[in-house]
Design a protein around this ligand. Sequence first.
Ligand SMILES: [Zn+2]
Ligand SMILES: [Zn+2]
Length: 241
Amino acid sequence: MASSAFRTVWDGLLNLVYPTRCFVCDRIGFGYFCDDCRSSVSPIAPPFCVRCHEPEAPNLCPGCIADPPQFDRARAAGIFSDPLRKAIHEFKYRRRERLASPLALLLERTWARYPELHRAEAILPLPLHRSRMQERGFNQSRLLAAALTSRLSLPLLEDVLIRSAYRRPQVGLNRSDRRENVRDAFAVAARDAVAGKSLLLLDDVITTGATCSEAARTLRDAGATEVSVIALAREPYRPRS
Ligand SMILES: [Zn+2]
Ligand SMILES: [Zn+2]
């Protein structure tokens, strides 16, 4: 508590001397992800897949009909394109941790927009494996989840869903390879925390949804009654020929 209060004061002082610069458009004095950049992130317009939020899909997309994900629904703040893509990239790979708060604002807006998420009783970040965590230095979903839980007054379940196995990154894999790659990658460390609950799983970018689906399966096996997913961005799935 003391350190976060100190940080707020420190940020306030820094802002006087070095006004904030938007990590996306470089404008000075309007925050790390300025209002202009943030308000140009448009929500995914209907029609979209009600299950995985794939844009321009009728009710259920072909992927969800052929192979339904284990989560009940996923909702993202917008499509994975600039300026959102740039903000996520700066946050995740360049460790601009100060983007956690403005990005959580987008998640809060997303939560408000979709009442189907409101039954959730607790938020869980999608975990990183320990070795990936060491390599990257922080778990972006965990920072976002912490920022979002304080905005929504929902409990944050940390270290409840864990990575039980190290898997190669999903980048470059097709849909079925992605599913295979994450099989049994998760475990629940505290069944009591999830049993009988409706949960909100937080990820940064959803592509095929394979990782979230496997995490949701693990949570259901531990007794969760419902698993929704909230994410910053939805990368429309393009089947590879
Ligand atoms: Zn900007
Ligand atoms: Zn779908």
